[in-house]
Structures are given as C-alpha cells and as structure tokens.
Design a protein around this ligand. Structure first.
Ligand SMILES: *Cc1c(COP(=O)(O)O)cnc(C)c1O
Length: 861
C-alpha cells in the first residue's frame, strides 16, 4: 500500500537529555571512549541490537529507561562530559592552523577559502553505516576521521546505498549466501540536506535520454561532512532508483551509471551545496568522470576554452590508485563510453577518438577500451600508490603514459596507507597507552620520544590486557556463531558445539579480509598433515585459527575458498580449533585484530597494494606473520613480526604456493610457537611481549592515517589548492597563459635540436675529478625560459643502459641571435666503474606541477 503522506518522526527526548542528540549524530562517538561508553551504558542490549547505532537507539529506547537516566546523576555527569568533549573537539583545528593558515597568514586570506573534496565509492566508518565492502572503504573512512582530527577543510563525496554491501551467512554446506538488508536512513546518523526554504536539496544529472535526480544526505564525521547521494526517489524511473542500491552490484551498465553519479553528480552536488572546492582527490578511479564534469562546468559556466578548463582541472586533481593489476581496473567498451559520455566530446570540441584517448594509454589504439585509471591519471597532476612497493608497481604499470621517461621517474609517487588509531585499538588498550604514553599518543609524530615510553608499560600489565582482549574475542566469536546458527535453523548439537569453540589460553592466529583469491586464504591448510600437526601442538603447545571474510557475490573461486575452509573444519573434526566467523565487518575486524595473537597475511606478491588489517593488529600489539607485500615490505618485519619468504616474485603459482606454505609452517613451528609458549616463572612470555612492544613502538607512529593524511595535505592538497588559486586569479588568466604556452610548446617541441655536446675529458676519468660539459641547444622558436637542460648520469647495466640515473640541471650561459643556447655543468664522479652520461631537455614553467606534466622529453641520441 502506498502512503498518501510520509512523516519523519524524530526521537523525543526529555530536555535534560538533549545533548544526546548532537552526540548521536556526530560519528565522533566512534573514536571517543566517553561517548561510546555513554551509549552502551544508556541501553547495553539496544546498543548491540542496533549494531551500535545511537540514532536508532534514541528513537527506539523506552520512555521508562529515559526517565531512569534523567534521575541518574552518574549518567548525566558522563553525558555532560562527553558533550563538552565534542564541543571542544569541534573548536580545535590545531594541525591545519599550524601548518597552513598561520604560516601564510600574512599573505592573503585565500586559505580561508580553500576546500578539499575526497571522492570514494565506499566509506567504512562505523558498523551501523554499511556502505563499504572492505579495505578501500575503511581506508576512506579513516581518511575522513583523521582529516577531522587534523582540522583540514575537507568534505567527503560518495553514494548512499539503499542496501549497501551484503550481509554474509553460510548455508549448511559452508557456501556463502548474501542477504541484502534495506538501510533505514531515517534511523541512521544522517541529515537530509535542504534548501533555504526547507525543501529537499536535489541535484540533476544527465543520462542518455533523461535526467536523474538525487537527494543529498550528510554524515557528520567530527568536523568533516560526508555528502552522500541517493537516487531512490521520485520521479526517477525504477532503474534509476537502483543506481544507489548496491555497492558494486549490477552489471557493467549499472557500474557506469554509478560512476557517473559519483563523479558527475558529486561535482554538481558540491556546487549545489555552495562549496568552492580547490583540490579534488579521487580515491581510486571510480570517480574519474568528475574531471569531465568540472571541465564542462568551467567551459559552459565560466566561459573557459577546453585547454584552459582541462588545465585548471588537472592542476587541482589528485588521484590515488589502489590496483596493482590491470585486471582490477574499470574498463568500458568504446561504444558504451560514447553512448553514456559522448556529449562531453561535443562540449569539449573533441572528435570521438580524441575523447576516447583520454582513457587510453595509447591514444592511437582505436580498439582499446576506456580505462578509468588512465582517465584519472591524464586528468590529474598528482598521482600516488598506497605503499612504497605499490608505487614501484604502479610506475611500471603506467609507464607507457610517459614515453621515454625512465621508469623510476614516472610521476606516480607513493603515500603509504595507515589506519585510524583511536578507531582500531581496543578501548582497554587505549586506556593503557593513555596512561603510559600520555593522551596524545594517537597524534604523536614518528620522531616523538613518547614512543619510547612503550617500554615503560610493565610486561605483566600489557600481557594481562592482551589476554583479556583474547578472552573478549573468544566470547564474542562464540555468541556470534550461535546467533548465526540459530538464524540458519541449525541443530541443537551444532549450537552447543559453537558455544565451546576456541580456547582463550591458546596461541591464536588470525586471518580476516576480503576473500579475493590473490590473498590465498587457504594457503595455511595446503599441507594437511603438517597443518594438523601444528594444530595438535607438541607438549601442549596448541595453535588455533580464527578466519573471517566475505567474497564478492560474483567471485565464485573466492566463495569456493570459504567452502573449502568450512569443509576442512568439518572433515577434520577441527571445529573447536579452527573457526570461520561469518559476516566480517568493522566490528568483527576490531575484535579480531585486538584478540588474536598473531596476524597472518599471505597475498601473492605484489598484488596487495597496501593491506591495512595488519597495521590495525600491530597497533594492538600483535606481531604480523606475512609475505613481504604492501605495507609489510617497508615495515621492520624482523623486530615486529616475521616475513614469509624474502620478497620473491614467482612465475609458477603452484610452485610459489608450495614454497611459501612450507616457509609459513617452518616459521610457525620454529619461531612463533616456541616464542609464544616460552613462559618464565611469572608465566609471562617475556620475549614475546618484547616483540609486542616493538610492534606498537615501531609501527604505531608511522602506519596511521594521522601521518598519512598530513602527507596528503602537505604533498598534494596544499600544492593543488595553491595551483588552483594561482591559475584562477584575474578570471583564469594564468590558466589561459599556461594552456597557450603548452600548445605552443607541443607545436614546436620537435624542432628543438641538440646541436653539440662537448665533454672536457672523457678517456680516463678518475674518481673525484671534475669534468665540464658544454652543450649547444637549438631552441628554434622556444626560449630558454621554456625548457631546462639536464645531464643524466649513472652506472651502465649489462644492456648498456643508464640505470637509476641522476639528473643535474645545466646552467644557460648565453643565447645567440639564431636561437642557439649554450648550457654548461660540472660533474664529479664519486664512484669508479663504467659510468654513462646523457643529456635531455624537459619543459619548464612556473605554473607546471612538474616538468613531467606536459609528457614531453627530448634525449640526446
Ligand atoms: C581493515 C579492514 C579491511 C582491510 O583488510 P586488509 O588486510 O587490508 O585486506 C577489510 N575489511 C574490514 C572490515 C576492515 O576493517
């Protein structure tokens, strides 16, 4: 039955409890112990039933209970404390003020007008907002939390999925089933954005043959608003209602519809909200259409030409890639791309192939599909991978976009991921750190002496705390399993069995993440006999495994891994010792990374771009046991855990599995188990505790989003925002100048000639001897201001190529009347051996983000 009217009924609270409302609607409660505890205290059962959703609680709590707490002095005092903490938190913008506003205070007030927009297809913030699928989403959520902690003027942009990502349950055969639960937005921490007259704020996005409407919801993440678009409204047609139905659901056409809403709709939404954004950050390529829409708006609304508009867009765009394999990138067929987005080609004045070229590595390859990652790279001037190794992989993957540039110079840098400390460390453990390190540990920089104070935590205290976390985890897993089995209608015997799984005193190995096949969730059970021997333990040194994770609904091999594990458990009679915890989510993750003893990761290197669950485990004091991939490759893996293998890449996956499974068994048997069970007379595993302290001390300071977001701010957001401001003054005159300069540059680039190169002494150079190089360059119609000349020196490899060359800028001495310029430089060789020298010409201009931006380079031949 359709209603004739709808009402949004908001919770009614006794006036003394009004402060609960702002606390409930700001996700700050998730990383503020006082507020979180307050809601738990308000109604512990409802807290669990609601999936930790304070807004739902306020709407559904009994009036009797509310009357009780109005009389409860202790509760009121805690509520007032929490409310004050939130107010204080919202006032403070210390890091941003210190690193940006103050230092530039005497320049102009332009910094008060900056705003950074962060686009992501998923955000994993809290349990009760299931609009994420895995690590990418949790990273985005942590990014917003840290941006708030740092006081950055940042806003998030995403989609509000009606059903979100699925809830997982297993059938009796251990096969993953998906259940989609409809999100009830009115009982979630969401604000509907409205116009001044109180009507719903709506945006309109063009799709072939129709307009699609979306309304806008805001999630308040501390000081950072996250704006989410929702198309499940009239008068959209039924198909369009579903654009924001499921995260990563539907077919390729639905995927394009979603990405248009995220990118194009996102840009329109920011405008409708009245935000003047000065730097745009695309978290993965899903939002790359945003660049097209920004370009169109600058052309049609501000009167810029295509070259000017696209220059301004690129200068203020930032792209983070997360995909180390070509198969993981969104590719759309050329005709589909034109069908959905061809109107941009018309607006831009580009031919179809020129337009498709924006998404092609090789613009001349007219059959190649349209790649969102290539589009994102071509429409940005700052790009990065998410760990140092991933930076290397990404530079190799996309090097074709910068022809003739040595791969190590490809301008895709790396900013290593992190995790939000106050969200992922167990609350008891946070209290311990607060006591021994002081309350500012979660934002202390890498070089702070505070981290050494980890060693002042008494072994006994750290260990008892950890054992408590392990017990909490075991209790949780049992309850969670029992509930799951009851829902499935399992037998009484099965339920009884579930009540007894795991042993809270046994060494517990945790493995939990998405079940993508490259993560090899079953590697540890590859050799059945060895695996059983380890589980059984020698002299009471038993081992148990806790495993959790979802496979994408269409990933049949991923689902087979889940079934394989469940069959293994049943067939080997190991249900007490090996547990698969269904429905992995943020809540399950937090319990596991705190309560296991060691965190296992076995990806096929180098396919794990970064990985973050191991960082969460580390912050809780767990050593990692992992293949050297992603973040672990750059961590201190000797002191803070164990490395499986030595960072080899393999051709033959079967052989790799064999070698790495054996290495894993060896480490468990020879290192992990003995160290864990080596107890002293106080029954403490002292050397193990020392490793736990190293894990915290050495990983906490670096692998956190406070450090990560400040790196994005300093290296990407501030420079991009500065470029945006510099290029848009005087009604975009500098953007116009730069675009014109670039057009002239590419017209005349190939007329540049390296006329001669003179090197003082070449035959017999000694270490530390100075040699002088003089080059004559014919610049044709270009000027010395347009270019820089560099020597490029380095050792020669077996193929006769210069490897890891170092550029040395040459000084321009004179320019004669017919366009020739003389450049000189002095060189000193500090190493003996066969050394190579070359010379190259690169563009230069004060408004360029780097000399690589125009993708032009001329080498001496
Ligand atoms: C941290 C986290 C992840 C990411 O785990 P990886 O080890 O990086 O794959 C995935 N899902 C949830 C719920 C998480 O909390």
């Amino acid at each position: 039955m359709q209603p004739i009217r709808t009402f949004n009924v908001s919770p009614s609270l006794p006036s003394r409890l009004e402060s609960l409302r702002p606390l409930a609607y700001n996700l700050h409660w998730d990383w503020n112990a006082e507020s979180k505890d307050l809601f738990r205290r308000l109604d512990p059962d409802l807290w669990e039933v609601s999936h930790h959703n304070p807004v739902y609680m306020l709407g559904n709590i009994s009036q009797v209970r509310l009357q009780e707490v109005v009389e409860d002095e202790g509760f009121l005092a805690q509520m007032d404390r929490a409310a004050r903490q939130l107010e204080d938190y919202l006032q403070e913008r210390s890091w941003y003020d210190k690193h940006r506003a103050q230092e530039t205070a005497n320049k102009t007030d332009k910094y008060s007008q900056e705003c950074f927009a962060y686009f992501s297809a998923e955000f994993g913030l809290v349990d009760c907002l299931p609009i994420y699928s895995g690590g990418l989403g949790v990273l985005a959520g942590d990014h917003l939390k840290s941006a708030s902690d740092l006081g950055l003027p940042l806003v998030g942009v995403g989609l509000l999925y009606q059903q979100g990502y699925f809830a997982q349950y297993l059938n009796a055969d251990g096969w993953q089933q998906e259940r989609y639960l409809s999100n009830d937005f009115y009982n979630m921490p969401l604000h509907l954005e409205r116009n001044a007259d109180g009507s719903e704020l709506r945006i309109e996005v063009d799709y072939p043959g129709r307009t699609v409407y979306a309304r806008v919801w805001r999630v308040q993440v501390g000081t950072v608003p996250l704006y989410l678009m929702d198309t499940n409204i009239e008068p959209n047609n039924p198909y369009d209602h579903d654009i924001t139905d499921q995260l990563y659901g539907g077919d390729i056409d639905m995927r394009i519809h979603q990405e248009i809403m995220l990118g194009v709709g996102g840009v329109r939404m920011l405008k409708a909200l009245g935000l003047r954004v000065t730097a745009y950050h695309m978290n993965e390529g899903h939002a790359a259409f945003s660049g097209l829409e920004r370009t169109r708006m600058l052309m049609q609304e501000e009167g810029l030409k295509y070259e000017q508009a696209s220059q301004l867009v690129a200068s203020s765009n930032i792209f983070t890639t997360h995909t180390p394999v070509p198969a993981g990138i969104d590719l759309f067929a050329p005709d589909k791309t034109l069908y959905y987005l061809g109107r941009y080609a018309e607006v831009f004045g580009l031919s179809k192939d020129q337009f498709l070229g924006l998404g092609r590595e090789n613009t001349g390859d007219l059959t190649s599909p349209f790649s969102m990652a290539v589009l994102a790279l071509k429409t940005s001037t700052f790009a990065n991978g998410v760990a140092q190794l991933h930076g290397v992989v990404s530079r190799g993957m996309f090097k074709a976009l910068w022809q003739n540039l040595p791969v190590q110079e490809v301008p895709i840098t790396a900013i290593t991921n992190g995790v939000h400390a106050r969200s992922c460390v167990a609350s008891a453990t946070q209290t311990l750190y607060d006591r021994y390190l002081g309350p500012n540990w979660s934002s202390a920089p890498v070089n702070s002496p505070l981290w050494e104070r980890i060693n002042t935590i008494p072994d006994e205290e750290l260990w008892r705390n950890h054992e408590r976390c392990r017990l909490d985890m075991v209790v949780f897993v049992r309850e969670h399993l029992v509930n799951h089995l009851r829902d499935r209608g399992a037998s009484a015997a099965e339920i009884t069995q579930a009540q007894e799984v795991l042993d809270p005193s046994v060494l517990t190995i945790g493995f939990a993440r998405r079940f993508a096949t490259y993560k090899r969730a079953t590697l540890w059970m590859r050799d059945l006999e060895r695996c059983k021997r380890i589980l059984a333990g020698n002299k009471d040194r038993r081992v148990q495994f806790v495993i959790s994770g979802k496979a994408h609904p269409k990933d049949i091999p991923g689902k087979e891994l889940i079934r394989e594990i469940n069959h293994f458990i049943r067939e080997q009679g190991l249900s007490k010792q090996v547990v698969f915890v269904p429905n992995y989510d943020i809540h399950v993750a937090r319990l596991l990374v705190a309560g296991c003893d060691i965190w296992l990761n076995t990806p096929r290197r180098p396919r794990e771009a970064s990985g973050t669950s191991g960082m969460k485990a580390s912050m809780n004091g767990l050593p990692n046991l992992s293949v050297l991939d992603g973040w672990w490759d750059e961590a201190d893996y000797v002191r803070t855990g164990w490395a499986i293998g030595h960072g080899e890449n393999y051709e033959d996956p079967m052989y790799q599995d064999e070698i790495e499974a054996n290495a894993l068994y060896d480490l468990i048997e020879q290192d992990v188990v003995p160290l864990f069970y080596n107890r002293d007379s106080d029954s403490l595993p002292r050397p193990w505790i020392a490793k736990m302290k190293d894990a915290i001390r050495l990983n906490c300071p670096f692998f956190n989003t406070e450090r990560m977001v400040s790196e994005y701010a300093m290296r990407a957001y501030f420079p991009a925002s500065d470029r945006y401001h510099s290029l848009s003054v005087d009604h975009y005159a500098p953007a116009h100048e730069l675009a014109k300069w670039k057009a002239n540059l590419s017209d005349h680039w190939y007329n540049i000639k390296i006329a001669s190169i003179d090197i003082s002494d070449t035959a017999d150079v000694k270490v530390d001897q100075t040699i002088t190089v003089k080059a004559k360059i014919d610049l044709a119609t270009l000027t010395p201001n347009d270019i820089q000349v560099q020597l490029y020196q380095g050792a020669i490899d077996a193929n006769g190529e210069i490897v890891d060359g170092i550029p040395v800028v040459m000084a321009c001495q004179e320019q004669d009347s017919n366009g020739s310029s003389v450049y000189t430089a002095e060189l000193v060789y500090t190493h003996s051996g066969l050394q190579g020298l070359s010379l190259r010409v690169l563009p230069q201009h004060e408004y360029l983000s780097s000399p690589y931006e125009p993708r032009l380079i001329l080498w001496a031949s």
